[in-house]
Design a protein around this ligand. Structure first.
Ligand code: ATP
Length: 272
């Protein structure tokens, strides 16, 4: 499926409202068949790996993939499904948890800027600077006027990155409240998944509407021409992976990395 057909369902057009509440978390029209979607994901992952290899050989630009979504929305699963083929050489995944004392002693973008992938690499943010207008807003961890300024600051920061060789893709993994209940219940039911259960997740679940409102604002105000948001229907993991891998692949194809041509001929050398 081509990017423009996917984007008809998932893109938050810059200047338009995100309309998160109206968006379907299933979106059965996109990659309707599970087996087909899984094949697409597999093929895409391999193709992403091949293009990343060229990007590394070129070492002139980077790709940053931002994954945002509430607990259980599938951020880790996306990394596993879409980027595992690249292996540790090509992809650098950075999770953003509660800031450390050291991080809090700096401005909120300090730790984020430091994690931006270097040229040649695909960087994946598991959560991101958007937490600074999501959890921070919902839980009132910073003054309201400081949060209010952040949307513009984030847009300027992302513009700075894109003007300096970093292509940015931002995905909000959109799951329904019912799906989250099922996924949390699975974590309670299966002893081997207990480690994934965090009682704090239930506190955030109780704040569902507040998070939805904070997401609506962030997705609307920070979907820009240089770094638009995509809201990915994520109730079906296989569809989520097919969509995201397709967007990543077509973006890399458009970037068109090529192996650099050496300034010597192989025939000039003889290995003895
Ligand atoms: P995840 O749910 O992302 O898989 P996790 O539950 O294992 O992760 P961590 O990665 O340790 O937990 O941290 C995620 C938590 O950190 C989330 O609750 C998130 O809201 C919080 N967090 C992230 N950034 C910030 C921030 N800037 N300020 C406060 N809390 C933050």
């Amino acid at each position: 499926m081509k990017l423009k057909d996917i984007d008809a369902h998932v893109l938050v057009k810059p200047g338009e409202t995100a309309r998160l509440k109206e968006r379907d978390c299933v979106c059965a029209g996109l990659f309707p068949d599970k087996d087909e979607a899984e094949k697409v994901r597999k093929d895409n992952s391999k193709a992403i790996d091949a293009l990343q290899d060229k990007m590394w050989a070129e070492r002139t630009r980077a790709l940053l993939v931002v994954l945002q979504g509430i607990d259980t929305s599938g951020k880790d699963g996306t990394v596993r499904g879409v980027f595992n083929a690249c292996g540790p050489l090509g992809v650098c995944v950075t999770p953003f948890g509660r800031p450390t004392e050291e991080e809090l002693a700096h401005d909120y973008l300090w730790r984020v800027h430091a994690a931006v992938p270097k040229k040649g690499i695909i960087g994946v943010f598991n959560r991101s600077h958007y937490e600074d207008v999501l959890v921070v807003k919902v839980r009132k961890l910073a003054p309201a006027d400081a949060v209010e300024r952040r949307y513009e600051e984030i847009n300027a920061f992302e513009k700075h990155l894109t003007q300096n060789g970093v292509t940015i893709l931002k995905f909000m993994l959109h799951i329904s409240k019912d799906e989250q209940a099922e996924r949390l219940q699975e974590r309670l039911d299966a002893p081997e998944k207990h480690w994934k259960f965090n009682p704090g997740d239930l506190e955030d679940r109780a704040l569902w509407d507040d998070y939805a409102a904070a997401y609506e604002t962030a997705l609307t105000r920070c979907s820009t021409a240089h770094a638009p948001w995509r809201i990915v229907p994520a109730d079906k993991k296989w569809r989520r992976n097919a969509i995201i891998s397709s967007v990543v692949l077509e973006t890399l194809e458009k970037m068109g990395p090529k192996y650099p041509k050496p300034d010597w001929k192989a025939s000039d050398f003889k290995i003895v």
